[in-house]
Design a protein around this ligand. Structure first.
Ligand code: HAM
Length: 435
């Protein structure tokens, strides 16, 4: 039986056009991270499963992780997310470092998902995390980096929104107002996650299976209707829970002066599926009805380093997927084409006696930093032009015996069909002509 030429389900082959797009997106990610003084890091593709068991959450562990037993009987996993790895790395060295630590990476991650638009089994995820920042400030900065990336492509508040919530508020409501047991809270977290995707009747039924008391149920439904920072604060005040919102209120005040408030909306259904979050949580959503999905997710996690028996060091961060980013940019016409390579000039020769001159000119042009393709072998002009049509060179030079004799070549700029005769000895003029 012949083998399939296709990649494993939910993964991608990156042919040159897709690779160019990926490099371009990664370059923009690196630029925005460095602009905010984040430093690059990376970790291994494999980690011990225990690292994720500690705090990554049920769905990731039970349904999505790729794990196996290695030859030394260790249970290992292909990384499904980067946060446990970065926390493990920070735990090794944070004591000697000046705080805050600001780190970024663009790892490929694998999750066993049902492949669909915006969800694959392998994706690359831009991660930025800050450790040891004063409370509230790290959150604002992280949101600035994530939204800064989208803005760097020309996206505005018309294109995306940042939905926020606070785990401390959710916990206060669950524990002190609804008085739920740990098991009930756990189940209700899952319902919140699904609440926008099901009908009101189905939602009602799901809630009733967990909460029997009508008053408690109504409080919960009231919570699900909150839609602004002001409404959540007034809800907490009414139920004598305002103390739980101190961090959130300080954060909301800072939002006003951060330039971010026009993007931010309070959303009670944002709770995030990962167990380690302890404070502000957020997801950045595409506003287009055709692509209504999360481009980015993150939040504050105060206790992750404790799984390594380290003193707490608060972290805040986000993960932003390459698939969802490209879908977002394409939906809004913010991504250029990558079909053709970026080749400055094609140098071709028409007969064997011109080969050496063509080679030498190519060398000189490359030494000036011009991307140059040497057409290999003698060729007729028709064939050469058919090649430039397909590959999109900016210019073409054809060298024959006449050019060798006179020491001058004709260069054609293919962007506007302008021609010039220039000396082979002056490659810098050739380069300039193409600029
Ligand atoms: P997450 O919400 O699981 O968070 O993933 C973050 C983003 O990665 C999602 O919003 C989505 O854009 C993208 N993503 C996730 N899974 C897939 C998939 N199967 N296919 C394509 N894209 C996907 C985290 O992973 C956290 N560790 C982020 C974080 C960093 N929190 C703090 N620091």
């Amino acid at each position: 039986m012949a083998l399939s030429k296709l990649p494993y389900k939910g993964t991608r082959d990156f042919f040159p056009p897709q690779m160019r797009q990926r490099d371009f997106l990664f370059q923009k990610m690196r630029e925005i991270a460095e602009l905010h003084s984040y430093e690059p890091y990376d970790g291994p593709l494999l980690e011990e499963v225990d690292l994720y068991l500690a705090k990554s959450g049920e769905e990731l562990i039970n349904e999505q992780i790729y794990s196996f037993i290695d030859r030394g009987e260790r249970k290992v996993a292909i990384r499904p997310e980067m946060t446990p790895t970065v926390a493990r790395m920070v735990a090794q060295i944070h004591k000697e470092q000046s705080k805050p630590l600001r780190w970024y990476a663009i790892p490929n991650l694998m999750r066993y998902e049902k492949p669909q638009k915006g969800r694959l089994r392998e994706h690359w995820q831009f991660n930025c995390d800050i450790f040891g920042a004063p409370e509230g400030l790290g959150e604002i900065e992280i949101l600035q980096v994530a939204s800064g990336l989208l803005k760097s492509f020309g996206a505005t508040e018309e294109h995306f929104e940042i939905l926020i919530n606070d785990r401390r508020i959710v916990d206060a409501i669950f524990n002190n107002l609804l008085k739920l047991s740990a098991e009930q809270s756990h189940k209700l977290y899952k319902i919140i996650d699904k609440s926008k995707k099901v009908s009101p009747e189905a939602l009602d039924k799901m809630i009733s299976e967990i909460i029997s008391n009508d008053l408690t149920k109504n409080h919960f439904k009231e919570y699900l209707k909150l839609d602004s920072v002001a409404s959540v604060i007034s809800f907490l005040e009414r139920h004598a829970l305002k103390d739980s919102a101190a961090g959130f209120i300080a954060f909301s005040d800072r939002l006003q002066s951060s330039g971010l408030s026009k993007f931010v909306i309070y959303d009670p259904t944002i709770v995030r599926g990962l167990d380690y979050y302890t404070g502000i949580v957020f997801e950045i959503f595409d506003k287009s009805p055709d692509n209504r999905r999360a481009i980015c997710g993150g939040g504050a996690y105060a206790n992750l380093l404790q799984i390594f028996n380290e003193d707490p060091l608060p972290g805040v961060g986000f993960g932003l997927g390459d698939v969802t980013l490209a879908d977002f940019l394409k939906t809004h016409g913010l991504l250029k084409e990558f079909e053709k390579p970026d080749i400055g000039v094609l140098v071709a020769y028409l007969d064997a006696s011109s080969e050496a001159v063509a080679m030498e000119l190519s060398r000189k042009l490359r030494s000036l930093g011009l991307n140059t393709e040497l057409y290999l072998g003698e060729a007729k002009p028709k064939k050469i032009f058919s090649h430039t049509d397909k590959r999109g060179h900016k210019g073409v030079i054809m060298i024959g015996s006449n050019e060798v004799q006179t020491g001058e070549v004709e260069i054609k700029r293919l962007t506007d069909q302008e021609k010039a005769r220039l000396k082979i000895e002056s490659p810098e003029l050739i380069k300039k002509f193409l600029e």
